[in-house]
Every structure is written in structure tokens, then in C-alpha cells.
Write a protein that binds this ligand. Structure first.
Ligand code: CDP
Length: 223
């Protein structure tokens, strides 16, 4: 069974998808981490984002693995065998991902990798185009949303906890900019699938949202 969760930054996708996967014993797949890991590699190799050919050839020689970190709720992101879980969350990466997220050749490669996880069995996969492009026939689809100020506030708090010195105004600006880029790109834009359940997390606790998602899942299939 495949469960997809799409939505904009700060809607709570990662936290909720992770908790849901744990509750139902499914594998959790964070596709944003894959785009982030490739972006990190491109920057480390000093390749220009305008050099599509070099980027595609680099991507083809790249191995990105998402590993469950035993005993914790964390998933380790491995780039060519090295743990980059922390590095990929850096604001420099967050603001650069759009460069490759709009490249059809790269999206094709990513979609292929992501479909590979589906063959492994039961998964909860989150991202932007999972219910629309990666798994259009998934059994359960969700679109998780929240108002832009609440999403920015959440992201601001996360960054503050990590000690990243960035003002709320700047986070609001970055979230708006990323929403626009994610929603307006031609290939694999962020969009609610017609058959996805729309969930607004603006005024709801994480546990409430997870419980809501659980009510939509067919228990017989899940257990
Ligand atoms: O965690 P956050 O919501 O900040 O972002 P993310 O899920 O880690 O994704 C980072 C960026 O990767 C997004 O802003 C998208 O541009 C891109 N992305 C994508 O294009 N397609 C996906 N399936 C997942 C992420």
C-alpha cells in the first residue's frame, strides 16, 4: 500500500508522515531530502546550475539512500555512502533546490528512484508531486496545508532551535518565494491531486492531524 502526502513547506509533512509511518509500520520516504542531497553534491562539486548536462550526468553517478536510524525517529540521508542528514537542511541548500527541482531530466531520474521504493512494499512518501506524478494510483493520498504565516512561524522556530540566525521576515519571504516556484514550475509542480484528501493543519496539533490521517486509512489493509 502506498500513502502519499504532498504540500508546501512548513505544513508539517515530514513530522506527520514520519509519525504516521511509524504507527502503521510503513517505510517513510522523504523525497525533499533526495532533491536536497543532489543539490548539496552539485554545490560541493562546484557545478553551475545552468549546466544541465553536467548536472544530469552527475545525478546518474549518484547514490542517495534513506536509512532508518534505529532507536530514533530520524531517517539518515546518505549521499554516496556519507551521512548528509544535517548538511542538507542548511538554508543555503533550501534556497538552491529550486534550480534542479525545475529540471525535467532531473525530475525524471528522481521519480524513477522514488518509484523504486514503492516496489519495496508499504510506504508513506512525502513531497510535492507524489500523488500527482510519482504514484498517481496510490491507495491513499493527502494534501497537507496551513496558512503561510503559520508555516513561516513553524519554520522560523525550527531554524531558531538549530541556532540559525534568520529573522521571521526573511523566513516569510523565503517561504512565499518557494511556494511560488514550487507551484508554478511546468514539470511536477506542487498541486493537490484530484483524489487527495485536503487537510489544513493551521490550528491543529501534530497528534490530531496524525489521528485524522489514520481515520482515512483502511485499517484492514494497514494491519
Ligand atoms: O522540508 P521542506 O518543506 O522545507 O522542503 P523539502 O520537502 O525538503 O523540499 C525541498 C524542496 O525540494 C522543495 O521546495 C521543492 O522545490 C523540492 N521538491 C520537489 O521538487 N519535489 C519533491 N517531491 C520534493 C521536494
Amino acid at each position: 500500500m502506498i500513502v502519499t502526502i504532498d504540500g508546501p513547506a512548513g505544513a508539517g509533512k515530514s513530522t506527520i508522515a514520519k509519525l504516521l509511518a511509524e504507527k502503521i509500520g510503513f517505510l517513510y520516504v522523504d523525497t525533499g531530502a533526495m532533491y536536497r542531497a543532489l543539490t548539496l553534491k552539485i554545490i560541493r562539486y562546484g557545478i553551475a546550475f545552468s549546466d544541465t548536462q553536467a548536472i544530469v550526468s552527475l545525478a546518474k553517478k549518484t547514490v542517495i539512500q534513506l536509512q532508518k536510524n534505529d532507536g530514533t525517529q530520524q531517517t539518515k540521508v546518505m549521499l554516496d555512502g556519507n551521512d548528509v542528514s544535517e548538511d542538507i537542511r542548511h538554508p543555503e541548500i533550501t534556497n538552491a533546490v529550486f534550480n534542479i527541482a525545475g529540471m525535467p531530466e532531473i525530475r525524471r531520474i528522481m521519480v524513477q528512484w522514488q518509484r523504486g521504493y514503492g516496489k519495496a512494499g508499504n510506504i508513506v512518501m512525502e513531497g510535492r508531486d507524489i500523488g500527482t506524478v510519482v504514484f498517481p494510483h496510490a491507495e491513499k493520498k493527502f494534501y497537507l496545508d496551513a496558512t503561510p504565516p503559520v508555516r513561516a512561524q513553524r519554520r522560523f522556530r525550527e531554524l531558531e532551535e538549530k541556532g540559525v540566525g534568520i529573522g521571521l521576515d526573511e523566513v516569510v519571504r523565503q517561504i512565499k518565494d518557494r511556494d511560488y516556484k514550487d507551484m508554478t514550475r511546468t514539470c511536477g509542480p506542487l498541486k493537490k491531486a484530484d483524489d487527495a484528501v485536503y487537510i489544513d493543519s493551521t490550528r491543529r496539533q501534530i497528534s490530531e492531524v496524525v489521528d485524522t490521517l489514520l481515520t482515512y486509512l483502511d485499517n484492514e489493509k494497514v494491519i
